[in-house]
Design a protein around this ligand. Structure first.
Ligand code: SF4
Length: 253
């Protein structure tokens, strides 16, 4: 089986790079003490990789390669959702484990609906503008799962999820953070006006229209973060997240 590198690459970029990234920012927001243990003390090996994360590596690879495998000449004559879904499902690698295959099947059905909608306007809108896009500047580095071009010539950045925990507030802040940097670096001369996320495990699609208010607080949050890091201030923040934290023993016992 081809080795999936996407999530490993993301982790490597974040570990070996001093620039800000989404994971570093959100980790600091969740708990500065956790940030210190991971990124200052470099205790990466103690982080637990859940089965969902392992499945996520394969799924992300499928999501990246799917659009290269779609034969438009084969797909266009298929008029029904069922026929299109069945065709897309033939593109799922046979060697994938059953749990990942099920996520890929959900994705194929999701994309079959997307294909039928795009067909009514222009089939080019079915194909993402970018997949696993490396966005970077002197200050920032990150990989956006997918960037779609919208009919109004603006962008929508999209994240793929597999977690059985689906919390819109976290997903929104993650996607807004990506679009903040996408608009600031502006590599496509087009702004992001929408964000979206697809959870292939739960088969949930979520989207949100951005407004200038959506980015409120990000710059001041980053300023506060770099100020605390330079002063080596990493206070513990006890929240419900502590139950999932690999370092809980050090904080509570
Ligand atoms: S257990 Fe809670 S307080 Fe301690 S590092 Fe983890 S998140 Fe922070």
């Amino acid at each position: 089986m081809k080795k999936p590198l996407i999530i490993e690459l993301k982790a490597k970029l974040e570990r070996d790079d001093t620039r800000i990234s989404k994971t570093k920012y959100t980790t600091f927001q969740i708990c500065p003490a956790r940030y210190e243990k991971i990124y200052v003390d470099k205790r990466y090996d103690e982080l637990v990789q859940s089965p969902e994360m392992k499945s996520g590596e394969l799924f992300h690879l499928f999501g990246k390669e799917f659009f290269d495998k779609v034969d438009v000449d084969k797909a266009l004559p298929l008029l029904t959702f069922e026929d299109l879904s069945q065709y897309f499902e033939t593109l799922i690698p046979v060697e994938y484990p059953p749990v990942t295959k099920e996520c890929c099947r959900n994705f194929c059905r999701f994309e079959a609906e997307h294909f039928l909608r795009a067909k009514k306007t222009d089939i080019k809108f079915f194909f993402p503008l970018e997949r696993e896009y490396l966005l970077e500047s002197d200050e920032y580095i990150g990989i956006i799962d997918r960037i779609d071009l919208l009919a109004n010539d603006t962008l929508m950045n999209i994240e793929y999820k597999l977690s059985s925990r689906w919390r819109v507030q976290y997903i929104k802040s993650e996607c807004v953070f990506y679009s903040f940097w996408l608009n600031k670096i502006d590599p496509f001369d087009r702004k992001a006006t929408m964000i979206g996320a697809y959870n292939a495990n739960l088969d949930i699609w979520w989207q949100f229209k951005l407004t200038p208010w959506s980015f409120r607080g990000i710059e001041s949050g980053m300023r506060k973060m770099s100020d605390k890091i330079s002063k080596k201030e990493f206070p513990k923040r006890h929240t419900s997240f502590c139950r999932m934290c690999e370092f809980a023993k050090e904080c509570f016992w």
